[in-house]
Design a binder for this molecule. Structure first.
Ligand SMILES: NC(=O)c1ccc[n+]([C@@H]2O[C@H](COP(=O)([O-])OP(=O)(O)OC[C@H]3O[C@@H](n4cnc5c(N)ncnc54)[C@H](OP(=O)(O)O)[C@@H]3O)[C@@H](O)[C@H]2O)c1
Length: 261
């Protein structure tokens, strides 16, 4: 699998990971980190050029990556993304449900289209990918090189604490938390670990889809605070999925040191 003879053996050698939202931010950094640990990675998102660039970078470093263009809000595309991963890379050991969107604003007078986009991407997309992946993850845990499989769901501080102006976003992330805990209990005895990662403010493109007045409020809220980098969260995901089989990191809340709420 790895052409570079000088590359060290990684904990995830022989395993396959699928990362949604791998075209930017946390997903991009996570795919790179998992490839660095030896996993072959399926890069899933809509912006294919960005995925192509990352795949080339991973290949050059001696890893293996496959680009899968998919909109995870379309059930058939989410299912095909998982199927293509297994067809091309042979198996699936790790699913990172990371694709997401955050559109903030008051509940009164809110744009329903924004709410629907968040529910479809942050919640339905995650459910579709999970549904398609579970049989393969169970198989990996039963027969794979590590005899354990992982789902890492990227939630948010907003999945723990609701605030004024994040009502619908926070609702989607709370739902992800509830689903993750239920799934964790159901699959624990079969060695499929379910982990929830809840980042605070991280320097990515996430906020950029908001309206100008919201961007202004966000800039004020985080003025002077050194944000987390995507690599900080990628390292957290990497830590989670490289733990030994008997150890499951159920939940990690990671804030920038100076972020209070
Ligand atoms: N940045 C933060 O401060 C922060 C804090 C807490 C939680 N999070 C969570 O972290 C996750 C990643 O966000 P990020 O900060 O890295 O933001 P980002 O840079 O905007 O990345 C979002 C990713 O999601 C993908 N995506 C969006 N809609 C999609 C769809 N319909 N189908 C497939 N992929 C889709 C995007 O790719 P395409 O556009 O190419 O499809 C992109 O790769 C999100 O779940 C977010 O809620 C972020």
């Amino acid at each position: 699998m790895h052409s570079d003879a000088t590359r060290e053996i990684g904990v995830l050698d022989g395993t396959v990971a699928l990362v949604t939202g791998a075209s930017s931010g946390i997903g991009h950094a996570t795919a790179r980190a998992l490839a660095g640990e030896g996993a072959a990675v399926a890069l899933v998102a809509r912006r294919v050029e960005r995925l192509d660039e990352l795949a080339a970078e991973i290949d050059k470093a001696g890893g293996r990556a496959v680009v899968v263009a998919a909109d995870v809000t379309e059930e058939a595309q989410a299912r095909d993304a998982v199927a293509r991963t297994v067809d091309v890379l042979g198996r699936l050991d790790t699913l990172v449900n990371n694709a997401g969107v955050m559109l903030l604003g008051p509940i009164v007078g809110a744009d329903l289209d924004e709410w629907e986009r968040m529910v479809r991407i942050n919640l339905l997309g995650l459910l579709y990918c999970t549904h398609a992946a579970v049989p393969h993850l169970l198989d990996a845990a039963a027969t794979g090189p590590r005899e354990v499989a992982d789902v890492v769901n990227v939630s948010s501080v907003a999945g723990r604490v609701a605030r004024i102006s994040n009502g619908a976003y926070s609702a989607t992330k709370h739902a992800v938390g509830a689903f993750s805990e239920s799934m964790r209990q159901e699959l624990a005895s079969r060695h499929v670990r379910i982990s929830l990662v809840e980042p605070g403010a991280t320097a990515t493109e996430l906020g950029s889809h908001n309206r100008p007045e919201i961007l202004e409020q966000m800039a004020k809220r985080f003025a002077g605070i050194e944000r987390l980098q995507a690599e900080d969260i990628a390292g957290t995901v990497g830590f989670i999925v490289t733990r030994p089989r008997h150890m499951a990191i159920n939940e990690v809340l990671v804030r920038p040191t100076e972020q209070e709420g």
